[in-house]
Design a protein around this ligand. Structure first.
Ligand code: ZN
Length: 345
C-alpha cells in the first residue's frame, strides 16, 4: 500500500456558505479562517486534507428549515434574494479577510494559479435559483460577483421547474420538467458559459437539458442509482447520456447517497465510496469522474470524518488498485478538464 501518496483535491460541492449564514453566534468567517468552525470544513482542516478548492454553493433553505436553525428567524420575512446576496457576501469576506489564503476564481487559469500557490480556489455556485426572477435580471450582477455555475433546482418546485423528490428507494422520475422560464435559463446559461448542474434535476428536467444544452452534461454531487436507489442518484440511462456528452459526475460523500440501504449511517466504509467510483469509471471512463463531497450538507462516512480525512479516501483508492495518474484525475484533473470545456478557457 502506497499510503504516503497524497493529491490535492478540487471538489464539486459544499454547503459551507449555508453553514456560515445559519450561524448566529460570533463571527463565522473568523471561525472558518481560524480553524475553529464545527462541521466538515475550516481552513486548518482544509490544509490538512489537501483540499485545494471547489464549488462553493449558495443555498436558500426553505423558510421552515431556516427557522429551525436560527432562533431569531421570522418565516414571514423569508427573502431568497437577500439570503442569496448575504451568502455571496460571505464568500467575498472569506477571500478578503484570508490574508491571501483564499481567492474567488472565475477561470480554470485562476484555479491553476491558486493550486500552484497553495491558495484555496473558490468557485461561486448557486444551488436552487429561488432568488432569480423569471427574466433572470439578477444574473449579470452575480456573474460580476464571481458566479460560474448554477443548479436551477433543488428538491422543491420553483419557477424554473421541479427538483427531484421522493422516498427511498425511488426513481428520479418525479413530476414535471423545466418550465418555459427554466428552458430560458438553460439557454442563458449556455450563452454565458455558466455550468448547469444536473444533480437535483428530476428525470424530465434532466432529459430536457440533455437534449438542449450545448455543454458537457455535469452532475456535481450525485451517485449511482443501481448501487443506491435514492432518487438523487443517476440511472444507467442518465449516465450513458452524460458519457455521450463527454460529461462528468462528482461523487457525493453522503451516507444516504452511498449505501445500498439508503441510511444516514456513519458506519459506511470507504470501500462503499470506491464501489461508486468503480461503477462511474465503468460508465464514464477515466476522464469523467471526480468528487462532489457535499461537505457541510450531509453526513459522511465515519472513516472519512471531515475534509481532513481526504488522504484516507485517497489511500482507499490506491489500495483498490487505482494508479497515481487515475487518482490525480479523480482528485482534480477531471474537474479542471470539464470546467475548461464548459467555460471555454
Ligand atoms: Zn445538493
Amino acid at each position: 500500500m502506497t499510503s504516503s501518496f497524497v493529491s490535492p483535491v478540487f471538489d464539486g460541492h459544499n454547503d459551507l456558505l449555508l453553514r456560515l449564514w445559519l450561524q448566529e453566534q460570533g463571527d463565522p468567517v473568523a471561525d472558518f479562517l481560524h480553524g475553529t468552525l464545527s462541521g466538515h470544513l475550516d481552513m486548518a482542516r482544509i490544509r490538512q486534507g489537501g483540499f485545494a478548492g471547489g464549488l462553493f454553493a449558495v443555498f436558500v433553505p426553505p423558510a421552515q428549515y431556516a427557522r429551525q436553525s436560527k432562533t431569531e428567524y421570522v418565516e414571514e420575512d423569508h427573502d431568497p434574494l437577500a439570503i442569496t446576496e448575504a451568502q455571496i457576501a460571505l464568500l467575498h469576506q472569506i477571500a478578503d479577510r484570508s490574508a491571501g489564503q483564499a481567492r474567488i476564481c472565475r477561470s480554470v487559469g485562476e484555479i491553476e494559479r491558486c493550486m500552484a500557490e497553495g491558495v484555496l480556489a473558490m468557485v461561486l455556485h448557486i444551488e436552487g435559483a429561488e432568488a432569480l426572477d423569471e427574466e433572470c435580471s439578477q444574473l449579470d450582477r452575480w456573474i460580476a460577483a464571481g458566479l460560474r455555475s448554477i443548479g436551477p433546482l433543488w428538491n422543491l418546485q420553483n419557477r424554473f421547474g421541479a427538483g427531484v423528490t421522493g422516498d427511498f428507494p425511488g426513481s428520479p422520475d418525479s413530476g414535471e420538467g423545466l418550465t418555459p422560464a427554466g428552458l430560458n435559463l438553460l439557454r442563458i446559461c449556455n450563452s454565458k458559459k455558466l455550468l448547469i448542474d444536473l444533480s437535483h434535476m428530476n428525470e424530465k428536467s434532466f432529459w430536457q437539458v440533455a437534449n438542449l444544452s450545448h455543454a458537457p452534461l455535469v452532475a456535481t454531487h450525485s451517485n449511482v442509482h443501481a448501487l443506491c436507489p435514492q432518487p438523487r442518484n443517476l440511472t444507467a440511462r442518465q449516465l450513458a447520456a452524460i458519457a455521450e456528452s463527454d460529461g462528468f459526475v462528482g461523487i457525493n460523500f453522503g451516507n444516504a447517497f452511498l449505501r445500498a440501504d439508503g441510511k444516514r449511517d456513519e458506519s459506511t466504509s470507504l470501500g462503499e465510496m470506491v464501489r461508486h467510483l468503480d461503477a462511474l469509471l465503468e460508465k464514464l471512463g477515466e476522464d469523467g469522474v471526480g468528487f462532489g463531497s457535499d461537505f457541510d450538507g450531509i453526513s459522511v462516512p465515519g472513516e472519512l470524518g471531515d475534509v481532513a480525512g481526504l488522504p484516507r479516501l485517497i489511500a482507499a483508492m490506491t489500495q483498490a488498485g487505482y494508479s497515481r495518474e487515475l487518482v490525480e484525475k479523480i482528485c482534480w484533473r477531471n474537474w479542471l478538464r470539464v470546467l475548461k470545456k464548459t467555460w471555454g478557457e
